[in-house]
Write a protein that binds this ligand. Structure first.
Ligand code: GLU
Length: 282
């Protein structure tokens, strides 16, 4: 039976794109599967505790039913243990580079912006500077060899973690020790997720997640990267561009179940349409 999940970050309100994502994930679990809710609240100051309550009210308003698993902020020990294991394999190196240094030194623009050029890979760390820990992707691939993964819409994929490069797995900020890549990969395994459903904008991230699964002996789920709702100008929907918050629609008395039905049927509010042309979706 499929186990799917919706994993919102409580950094801002849910909008119509999130509603689509939650409905897709809920429906793919089907009547016999399990649809999980996981609050991804390890973004330090950006995470707002009150928003998790709002998210639950939004999902109920859409007519969805779910089982909630522990929020990421309760799982820090597991993230630390996994990072220690990767460090023990010699696959993490510390990096004190700033964003602007990376932007200035990168020669490849990858799936998620400038690809870190590996500046600190062979450099002795400066203990005086706050440092993140990065995954040595070439060394990791030498251990795992070639890997594949399966997306329900795009088919069989060769894992190409090089598209993202040596990503950060442990952030500089000690209050948010794990990056999204490490935390989400560990959580999906711990939660028994069998079908990872999320937007096509996270397609490239899966190359890294597949590598982490191989390194950490985690089960390998299948993936379903759904098309995203886009604005009339083709850009991904975003609250900051005026997409209404679900909570506002709910409080204005709109019918959430009717909204969920229209998303299922592909009937979208004015000018919005589906797109897959995001990031490096094939
Ligand atoms: N927490 C992520 C977000 O809100 C979703 C991550 C995922 O689905 O893997 O964008």
């Amino acid at each position: 039976m499929p186990v799917t999940r919706f994993a919102p970050s409580p950094n801002g309100p849910l909008h119509l794109g999130h509603a689509l994502s939650a409905v897709v994930s809920h429906d793919l679990a089907g009547p016999d599967g399990t649809f999980l809710l996981r609050i991804e609240d390890i973004d330090g100051d950006r995470s707002r505790a009150d928003l998790a309550t709002t998210f639950r009210a939004d999902l109920a308003w859409l007519g969805l039913r779910w089982r909630e698993v522990p929020a990421q902020s309760t799982r820090i020990a597991a993230y630390r243990a996994a990072a220690d294991r990767l460090r023990g394999l010699g696959l993490l190196y510390s990096c004190a580079c700033t964003r602007s240094e990376i932007a200035a030194s990168a020669t490849i623009i990858g799936a998620e912006g400038p690809v870190y050029p590996g500046t600190c890979r062979d450099r002795p760390p400066d203990p005086a500077l706050p440092a993140a820990w990065r995954l040595d992707v070439p060394a990791a691939l030498r251990i795992t060899g070639p890997l594949t993964w399966h997306d329900a819409l795009a088919g069989e994929q060769q894992a190409r973690p090089q598209l993202l490069g040596d990503v950060v797995l442990v952030r500089k900020d000690p209050s948010t020790p794990a990056s999204y890549h490490l935390a989400a990969t560990l959580d999906d395994a711990a939660d028994g997720v069998t079908l990872v459903t999320r937007g096509a904008d996270l397609f490239a991230a899966t190359h890294i997640h597949r590598l982490l699964q191989a390194l950490l002996d985690l089960p390998v789920p299948r993936w379903h990267h759904h098309a995203l709702l886009a604005e009339p100008d083709g850009r991904k929907l975003a609250k900051r561009r005026g997409s209404p918050a679900l909570a506002d629609l709910r409080l204005a008395g709109e019918d959430g179940r009717a909204l969920a039905r229209s998303l299922r049927d592909g009937r979208f509010p004015a000018g919005l349409h589906l797109t897959r042309s995001v990031g490096c979706y094939p």
